[in-house]
Design a protein around this ligand. Sequence first.
Ligand code: SAM
Length: 227
Amino acid sequence: MELVLSQRLKAVSEFVPQGSRLLDIGSDHAYLPLFLLQKGRIDFAAAGEAAHGPYQSALKNAADYGFTGKLTVRLADGLAALDPSDRISVLTICGMGGRLIAAILEAGKQKLDSISRLILQPNNCEDTVRSWLTENGFALKAEKLVRENKKFYEILVAEPGHMVLSSKDLRFGPFLSQEQSAVFKSKWQAELGKLEVISSQLPDYHTDRPVLNQKIEAIKEVIDESK
Ligand code: SAM
């Protein structure tokens, strides 16, 4: 049975180097590690899940796809799933809010020494994740923006290193804003549209007005740069 990933997880999988030892936190059905094992891209993976149902489903899929020996599934909160003897090199955390991803990394940061690459796919608050990376000795190496089912997903790839980001970089992504892809423009046009609706309904004297105006101007500037 060949596993078919969503476009979002497929894009994440493309950043996992051949031969990595992967830990996928919040793995749910364990589709990402199973896909990589099935393709022969990795030989070992661990999947961590905090919730009982998704943990059972990951266990069942590991057995159904014949990878019980190569995929270890753990019922664990965040980086508690990382066992040093697994010699994990790549960590993926996908499909969660950016604040939760940053909180998981923060709570387990003393365990990240062996990690050579983080691949993170926050569903929102990407700036929080970028801030955490800059403050904790990781540098962005690549970013990708995927559109699927009318939603936009940012994928952030980071490795140990030093990086300084401006507030514009934190919000829009240094690679994404540089690349100015069609998907990037659609994402920020859509966001601009939403903020302009809010702006048209907000009284001028409202306390949120300055922040809202600033957000709108920042998006216009970034979109303008691409013309
Ligand atoms: N990673 C998969 C994906 O991108 O399709 C599943 C995403 S699913 C929306 C989020 C999963 O993260 C859920 O199965 C949830 O139980 C799990 N989760 C949330 N917080 C967690 C934590 N602190 N540690 C481990 N798993 C967690």
